[in-house]
Ligand binder design. Structure first.
Ligand code: ADE
Length: 329
């Protein structure tokens, strides 16, 4: 094992034992609970996941329960978390597990729907006790700083190098090590702004810290600009019901419900009662929306018409439309 890691691993584990956050998915660790939490945590903040994880596990306590559930109910339980394909994949993974049982090695884990290299490493090390690295943006950041490594962390070769380094450094507490790396990246070596080196177990050996260059690392490729979409959103009201439509089966927010949505101009439906603008930022796209509340005389047949209560209970409406929900009473 690399000399730096020899010192870094026990320091990190000791720090983790003392400082780790009390998070719901750290209380019981079954394969299923790790699968659910890791899929929820992909691209989503811990704070946003906490409550939803508990509610999800209550509603779908086992792979069998999730496999048997209605996809719409699963999407509803995922409402607001974004990246809804994760919910569909999680359900598919549960179906496979209900049929075939749990995988027992990293290849089996990686083959589950929705599980990429990072998540396969996390699940394998946390749930199966395997020395499988999980390298995400947080891990790339902390390691690039620990080694004062100026390699571009967006290069697959950099990731592969760190994965190999971690694989060789794994202690027997594989799950704690994996989560400790994430934890350090989340609460000490933070992604935005200055790292909190005063509380870092690696402060004495971190080469970036010793050279005062923490904030120059990691080196990343410049981000591509987001595509801007100008859209109109029609909140059509008719006798206490509202028009909904399903988004296309492919692409952004695939198959989720929305208020009638128009890229470009909106057809005339009736008198506009209220109007407001809202912006929603996705990873690669930015929606600049003009929303209109319109009273219509008769329900147009191309839409599903739902009451406010039904919208709240049944239809998963992405957060992008939250600003317009204030009209739904
Ligand atoms: N992000 C991804 N997985 C996580 C975990 N197990 N704990 C905290 N943050 C995470």
């Amino acid at each position: 094992m690399d000399e730096v890691m020899k010192t870094a691993v026990p320091l990190l584990l000791e720090w983790y034992r003392v400082c780790k956050r009390d998070l719901p998915w750290r209380k019981q660790r079954t394969f299923y609970s790790v699968l659910v939490s890791e899929l929820m945590l992909q691209q989503t903040r811990v704070e946003a996941v906490k409550e939803r994880y508990v509610a999800f596990m209550r509603q779908f306590p086992s792979p069998a329960a999730l496999a048997a559930a209605d996809e719409d109910a699963v999407l509803k339980a995922w409402e607001g978390l974004g990246y809804y394909s994760r919910a569909r994949n999680l359900k598919k993974a549960a179906e496979r597990i209900a049929e075939e049982g749990y995988p027992t090695d990293v290849r089996g884990v990686r083959a589950l729907p929705g599980v990429g290299d990072y998540t396969a490493g996390a699940i394998s090390s946390i749930a199966l006790g395997l020395a499988e690295p999980a390298v995400d943006g947080n891990v790339l950041r902390i390691l690039s700083r620990l080694y004062a490594d100026k390699s571009n962390v967006d290069e697959p070769a950099t990731k592969a190098r760190y994965a190999a380094l971690l694989r060789a450094a794994y202690p027997k507490e594989t799950g704690d090590f994996c989560e400790a790396l994430m934890e350090l990246g989340a609460i000490v070596c933070v992604p935005n702004g200055a790292p909190l080196c005063g509380g870092c177990p690696w402060a004495g050996l971190c080469r970036a810290h010793l050279a005062n260059s923490e904030e120059d690392l990691p080196v990343r490729a410049p981000k591509k600009a987001r595509r801007v979409v100008e859209a109109r959103v029609a909140v059509l009201r008719c006798g206490g019901k509202y028009a909904l439509e399903k988004r296309p089966a492919k692409g952004l927010l695939a198959g989720l419900w929305q208020f009638p949505f128009f890229e470009g101009e909106m057809p005339f439906f009736g008198e506009t009662v209220a109007q407001k603008r809202a912006v929603h930022i996705f990873t690669h796209v930015e929606w600049r929306m003009e929303g209109r509340l319109v009273e219509v005389a008769a329900p147009l047949p191309q839409y599903v018409w739902a009451s406010a209560d039904e919208i709240r209970r049944i239809y998963a409406l992405p957060s992008a439309f939250k600003a317009f929900m204030q009209w739904v009473i």
